[in-house]
Design a protein. Structure first.
Ligand SMILES: [Zn+2]
Length: 439
């Protein structure tokens, strides 16, 4: 294994000291100029970096929420007041995918863009990807930050970046083969979709040059059954990664495949109980980025539900790890008959069945009772019964909840190019569904 840089192997005390040093420098840069954080931090009694001497001081800083940032941008369009410099200093604009409300716009300076790309280069390095690799991005490069930063990370690494925008899935499969790509970066859902398309057009991806796949945007690469399925289809090693438009590329998986590392050289990371705001082993991930001074987030509630893994990692990094990566978005947790169900928990079971293709989750209320139904693309005919029964038994066992499983014909459920939307909660009004809006 390559020698790790010292920043990745610091002991706890040195790590804390380094993080506080970086934080104080950032506070000194943003407090005089950034109206959003000047107001928040001054109200908390912090007027200069020196006011944060310890992590106890840090823990007194107010949280930042996505709603707060969104309201700030709505009140002061187009970018809000979380800006440390005049807009002329910024070189990149991206926005969130807007799956939960109004898209959040985010600006980067030359320095912060380089910083974001460097975090992605770290994702690549941890996956054993280097300057000799050719990295294919089957992604429509639009305003969503998605894999733009991975593209920048590939440049910093000295690897070949192959853009896959404005192509059909079939064209992307052929481009991967033609260019002899060795690495593919996508959502886990889309990796499986490309494998399905390749199979249909008679291309064996397992025989291609692809040796590493890296996935972000949703849980999946951290779910053993999904990971195995991707690895088998691609004949490659699959790595999980997590990041966010407004935060940065904060998590990566190393060659030990023992969960997702938090990049604690560039982010201060906390896990809290979202109800009490107290530190917890499992709960909401809260992050401060240390290198995005132009538009930072401080104690930002990511909305990601995570669980800390115990013990050191055999790779030698001292960065803590998340068991199973991001378990799900807190907003996506379904409460069904008193049981909290993350869609990833359903996926982790469904993917164990090789006969099952895509799946969809429906929650309905019949009378006083909630019913969770999982539709699975499974072979029809005589084998249908055993498959759906087996999936239902496994789901009941894992979730502690009776789940109805319905088989549907292969290829009939929706396919997704980016993040999958497999869950429909019919109990919640959904503006996209008129029948729900009127009930
Ligand atoms: Zn590791």
């Amino acid at each position: 294994m390559n020698t790790l840089p010292p920043s990745e192997t610091l002991e706890a005390a040195a790590r804390s000291s380094e993080q506080l040093h970086r934080l104080r420098a950032m506070l000194d840069a943003i407090l005089p100029a950034n109206a959003f954080y000047q107001r928040k931090l001054t109200a908390a009694g912090v007027t200069q970096g020196r006011d944060i001497a310890t992590f106890d001081d840090y823990a007194q800083l107010p949280f930042t929420s996505k709603r707060e940032l969104s309201e700030n941008q709505a009140a002061t369009p187009p970018y809000g007041t979380n800006l440390t410099f005049p807009t002329a200093r910024y070189v990149r604009m991206h926005q969130t995918s807007g799956t939960t409300g109004r898209p959040l716009r985010w600006l980067d300076t030359e320095e912060s863009w380089t910083w974001f790309g460097a975090s992605w280069a770290e994702v690549f390095r941890a996956a054993g990807v280097g300057a000799n690799d050719s990295i294919f991005f089957p992604f429509s490069f639009g305003p969503f930050i998605g894999f733009w930063t991975a593209y920048e990370g590939a440049r910093q690494l000295g690897a070949m970046a192959l853009p896959g925008g404005a192509m059909s899935s079939e064209q992307r499969v052929r481009a991967i083969v033609d260019h002899q790509a060795t690495v593919v970066v996508s959502t886990p859902t889309y990796a499986l979709r490309l494998a399905e398309v390749a199979d249909r057009i008679g291309v064996d991806l397992a025989a291609s040059d692809v040796r590493v796949t890296i996935h972000a945007g949703e849980p999946g690469a951290g779910i053993p059954g999904t990971k195995r399925r991707i690895e088998e289809a691609w004949g490659a090693t699959c790595f999980d990664h997590a990041g966010a438009t407004e935060v940065g590329a904060w998590g990566f998986e190393c060659g030990a495949h023992a969960g997702m590392h938090l990049n604690e050289a560039e982010f201060i990371c906390e896990v809290i109980d979202p109800d009490t705001d107290e530190p917890a082993e499992e709960g909401e991930l809260v992050l401060t980025n240390l290198g995005r001074v132009g538009m930072p987030v401080i104690r930002y509630r990511t909305g990601d539900h995570v669980r800390l893994a115990a013990g050191p990692c055999e790779c030698g990094r001292t960065f803590r790890r998340l068991a199973g990566g991001v378990i799900g978005r807190i907003d996506d947790a379904l409460l069904v008959r008193g049981v909290v169900v993350f869609p990833s928990a359903v996926e982790s079971i469904v993917r164990l069945f090789p006969d099952v293709g895509e799946f969809a989750i429906h929650v309905r209320r019949t009378g006083e009772l909630d019913q969770l139904t999982v539709q699975v693309e499974a072979p029809m005919g005589p084998r249908d019964g055993p498959t759906t029964d087996a999936v239902a038994d496994a789901l009941r066992e894992a979730l502690g909840l009776r789940v109805a499983v319905e088989a549907v014909a292969a290829g009939t459920l929706p396919r997704f190019d980016l993040k999958a939307r497999r869950v429909t909660d019919h109990r919640r009004p959904n503006p996209d569904r008129i029948e729900d809006a009127v009930t």
